[in-house]
Ligand binder design. Sequence first.
Ligand code: NDP
Length: 479
Amino acid sequence: MPPKTRRERKAEVAVSTTGGSTRATQSGPVSSSTVPAQQAPPVTLDYKKLNPKTTHYEFGGPIGAFLMITILPCVVILFAFGCDNIGYTPFHRLWAIASDLIAGRFEWEFLWSLVTSWKAVALLWYAGFVAQLATFSIAMPGDTVEGTRLRDGTRLSYKVNALSAVQTMTTMTLMSVRGQGLKLPLWVHANFAHIAVASVIFSFIVSIGVYVYSFFGKRLLSLGGNTGNHIYDFMIGHELNPRIGNFDLKFFTELRPGLVGWVVLNICMALKQYVDLGRVTNSMILVVLFQAWYVFDALWNETSVLTTMDITSDGFGFMLAFGNFCWVPMMYCLQARYLADFPHDLNIWHVCAVIILQCVGYRIFRGANSQKNTFRNNPEDPSVKDLTYIQTKSGTRLITSGWWGMSRHINYFGDWLMALSWCLACGFDSIIPYFYSIYFLILLVHRQRRDDSKCKEKYGEDWDKYCEIVKYRIVPGVY
Ligand code: NDP
């Protein structure tokens, strides 16, 4: 059977509005391009009832939220300034500062000189990059798809055009390279730390903006972000879907600045290596290609983001804004940065190991996500019709064989294997490029627990039954 086109797959998912899939699963409550832009809620809606107070905390409550708001930006800045061609030693440098502070030797002028040496033009570059993405997202045509039904009975519509926006941006970038050569990518490499600071500032501006905005007018708030505690609500996200006209800030932020920014930074690092060496090392090629593949996969399946908990239930606040404007691009490009500063080639066995790990990881990740997606959209499809499942009282089915019979989040395992393969491409001279796989492991375990408790709440004893059949959470036979 010939592979289905994107349009065919979208038409297929249009029949299902039960959702239940994720960013990488292609499914989603998609409809045709005739969907009205945004259905206005009936005027009689009681927003007090629609926005009940949140009574439980996640992420350690207000203290955890405060720590996330303060520590995570510091981690980004630490890795930005603490890693350069002298060494990838952020923790050594932090320790040197801490011991100077303890011993009373710390020179405060040094800190001040760091602050005053920050190049504000980096903020201009960063804001220009985001503005370009936003402009193309608004200006380029795209299919209109519907999101899941909201508590007020409406469904928002979204313009899906990430790939065409990126294509246009790439063409314009290539034209600028023809005119100016590699000046800009080299500038980006040289000023990476300044850009990282700019992205932190930008994330705070956006987070504060949407938080303040959420108090004006009648707005649908996130069920988890309406505690009344400003620090917590600011971090987790107060308003569910802040929009400027039809431009949905959360949907735009979710995939574009973070993922596209990650690839852009990677390419700048590869070009820096090319200028230095006159060629690009095989390790850099592997990292840039595999990560670009991962991003392409996410953008290609853009509609699936509409059913993730990020879009359906989390509010838009610091967590998502900082995560996508700052953390993803600045921290995920660590391997390419490392290879630009410490270029090396891998031997053939090492190359094979990286490729095999990436392919195995991708096979699991895509296989599991697509299997769930196909099953949810068309259980009679020949590829899934023999799968066993539990019919839940809420109407949806939980698969108990195939990929989803191996563990409850086998897709996370595949995702993590890919992350590990990118780190392995950096060799064994420094542990710092492995930061990504360590952090990602923590994120996935935390996400699995969050998702399992959401499913337990949604499915009750059906979920217990499912957990009895599928015992492992992520890694079959291990965890
Ligand atoms: P999943 O793709 O694992 O989806 C979880 C949902 O699937 C559940 O809430 C449930 O939803 C449904 N489900 C669970 N078990 C079954 C089953 N047995 N049969 C059918 N449906 C089931 O979640 P995520 O959104 O967390 O992840 C999506 C992808 O994105 C993953 O591959 C992940 O690795 C990746 N990811 C990457 C990140 C990054 O930074 N690179 C960050 C986060 C995620 P329902 O209520 O519909 O039943």
